[in-house]
Design a protein around this ligand. Sequence first.
Ligand code: GDP
Ligand code: MN
Ligand code: MN
Length: 309
Amino acid sequence: MPVTFCWVYRAAVSPAFPTCLLRSLLELKGPSAQELKAGKTGDYGHHLSYFACWSAESYMQLHAPEGLPEITASSNLGTLIADHIDIKSNDIVCVASTVVSKAEARTRSLSDFPPGPRATELTAQLAEETANDPDERFIQAVLEESVEILLESPFLLTETRFGHVGVNAGIDRSNVGHEELLLLPKHPSKSANRIAESLSTDQVIVTDTCGRPFRHGQRGVAIGWSGIEPSRDWRGETDRDGRELTATVENVIDELAAAANLLAGEGNNGTPVVVIRDFEWGPHAESSAHFRDINDDLIRQAVRGWTYA
Ligand code: GDP
Ligand code: MN
Ligand code: MN
């Protein structure tokens, strides 16, 4: 297995070799002897990651393979990915929500959303307060996909049914036909899980391109995940001056999604899948933290009470 040799070589040339060997022997996270005997080779990556994270250098590779076809409701996305790309057991596979939605038949026509009174009211408000001329049917679709409207104007900012906050409930009109809408997957983490069933890795992230407060522009975020914990918890570790970190919970899946999105592109690249290889979690705690709950989200509480003037 060439990758394994590469890890071992890198570890051996590392100045921290004695430490990493010791950590590895202590088997803090790697497979047990029984597991190894039972052929649990999939965990070699974790085992050897102790060599890598203590080595002098660390690399991560991202690859956006070309040649995936137009995805439709009859596509089996997991099998398509597995057939097109040589995926290794420790890879993290990032999939653009656009193609997940297409494969899950989340394409709708505007005519599927006859506007109710609330949609008509919000559309009139948007037309009055902004330079936009939104389609009532689109606003209806946003309402149906949302559990809460955080901002009504100058755009609809809502919480989707699965906990993600985004403009227009993440409904896309790019990379789909005219008069068509693409709703986000219903349960992106379940989608990630399903895709992983066809792959030789269990680590899958479903991404979307999304704006965020305080900064211009959009970037990739993780809206679903499987086989990987969302965050790396540094609390209790120390910085270079020996001070204890008390607040740092690093949202790894968002960081990976942003990197993947950079390579996937937004237009007609045709590269909805990005394989991340050799990402090292390192000897840090895991945290399931991802979407904030309203109770511990001060910004969201403030936005709730704010109106556009
Ligand atoms: P989003 O960020 O999930 O909303 O997805 P985007 O619409 O930005 O598309 C991400 C990438 O997937 C871009 O490179 C698109 O060209 C590509 N893409 C979108 N739909 C398809 C498809 O059906 N087949 C292929 N091969 N690529 C697609
Ligand atoms: Mn999108
Ligand atoms: Mn995108």
